[in-house]
Ligand binder design. Sequence first.
Ligand SMILES: O=P(O)(O)O[C@@H]1[C@@H](OP(=O)(O)O)[C@H](OP(=O)(O)O)[C@H](O)[C@H](OP(=O)(O)O)[C@H]1OP(=O)(O)O
Ligand SMILES: Nc1ncnc2c1ncn2[C@@H]1O[C@H](COP(=O)(O)OP(=O)(O)OP(=O)(O)O)[C@@H](O)[C@H]1O
Length: 489
Amino acid sequence: MEEGKMDENEWRYHGEGNKSLVVAHAQRCVVLRFLKFPPNRKKTSEEIFQHLQNIVDFGKNVMKEFFGENYVHCGEVVQLPLEFVKQLCLKIQSERPESRCDKDLDTLSGYAMCLPNLTRLQTYRFAEHRPILCVEIKPKCGFIPFSSYVTHEMKHKVCRYCMHQHLKVATGKWKQISKYCPLDLYSGNKQRMHFALKSLLQEAQNNLKIFKNGELIYGCGDARSPVADWRELAHHLKPFFFPSNGLASGPHCTRAVIRELVHVITRVLLSSSDKGRVGALRPGLRGPRVCEASPFSRSLQRQGKNTPERSGLPKGCLLYKTLQVQMLDLLDIEGLYPLYNRIERYLEEFPEQRKMLQIDGPYDEAFYQKLLDLSTEDDGTVAFALTKVQQYRVAMTAKDCSIMIALSPSLQDTSSDQRPVIPSSRSRLAFSVSVLDLDLKPYESIPHQYKLDSKIVNYYSKTVHAKDDAVVPTRLKESEDCMLVLHKV
Ligand SMILES: O=P(O)(O)O[C@@H]1[C@@H](OP(=O)(O)O)[C@H](OP(=O)(O)O)[C@H](O)[C@H](OP(=O)(O)O)[C@H]1OP(=O)(O)O
Ligand SMILES: Nc1ncnc2c1ncn2[C@@H]1O[C@H](COP(=O)(O)OP(=O)(O)OP(=O)(O)O)[C@@H](O)[C@H]1O
């Protein structure tokens, strides 16, 4: 960043999550990502610099290795003039969703990350004026735990996302249960993937956002008040999928455009744009492939088809790689928590060893190499506990990352476009796929994960599953909706 030239008016609010806030440059395809903290949480500038540098190193040395060069953008840590950050913070404050204002942007250190703006990702051969559509999906955990340490039977049948939905609605985080189930998206089966994507479009929560030319056009600006207006969305999408605008408007057109979007995203998700080396992880796909709570599989069961077709994901596609990293959670939190306690006891006795254990970094080549040990035989050592704890943290990171798909109309002359192209029914779209929010989950969050896991399962088992038989009208409705998708898509 050129210090003297930083002008807050050139940047606009772009979005935020629980831990960071992002502003985008109005002309250039870059964003600044700032850390956020609860008010009065004092962190020194040095600590913040180190935290950001750890994020960059973790991306470079670990996540690039697992996901492949093409999918990961690590960015760099930049130092900004404090006056610029202060003015920027004031400028964007009114645009922040209320539900995110429990934390403040760090304005004291002057450090941030500078990254490519993935909602406007262009290659140098790409004409700047071409429109660009970007779909961001936070797919969450795509497998059902296979660990023998799992004590709640329900966890072997229903995925964590579907169980958590009920707790989220009960606590007021979202208004209604989503029909999205990550296992459908990760299935590799086109019908199931279409159903999952359509469900995300119906109830985006914080799992789906759509940007057009870098502006958010669909999905939650404010976490608690998402608006699902498919007509408006279709209006935005028409130029991408029906460039000649050949279709009349109306519900038929809306449905056709949404269907086209769902088909294109599915094809992109199944594509393998990674030319890098084969992934280092081979945990193997284990556990049930279907979540019993997914309306899609319930609908199949009603039709007497017990298991949906097994398609599997092509190796090399981003979903496959994400799932592999997620499956580094080999023991489940129930098997992991005692190992965390083993490390805690060790650290109580030898606190000076924390640095040597690399709990807070550095996330270097040596850290990465230790993650490749997939053995689950506990020899009672701290070394075993540490490897499993670090693998769990990496897996949790992959369970919470987002996938960005950028689409642009492709020129007739394919040789001028460097990116792969997906043919939609009316147009050709050049695309790129990236993964974001790859910040390693903190060691300290493990006790919280343990408690939350039990809360989610207990709530689901006691409240939802017990009442399940009584909810016939809702189930019938779900079944009808699925039938529609099964036959029409
Ligand atoms: O625990 P989960 O599954 O609810 O995930 C949290 C997310 O909630 P979600 O379920 O996606 O709505 C949560 O997302 P929101 O703040 O709800 O948008 C965060 O991503 C959180 O990560 P961190 O603590 O900020 O590092 C996430 O926490 P981690 O569990 O990944 O640490
Ligand atoms: N490089 C990028 N390009 C474009 N948009 C981005 C980029 N990085 C982040 N964003 C946007 O900013 C939002 C918040 O960023 P991010 O997910 O990293 O925040 P977070 O606080 O770490 O998330 P979480 O709540 O999962 O902890 C993203 O959902 C995405 O829409």
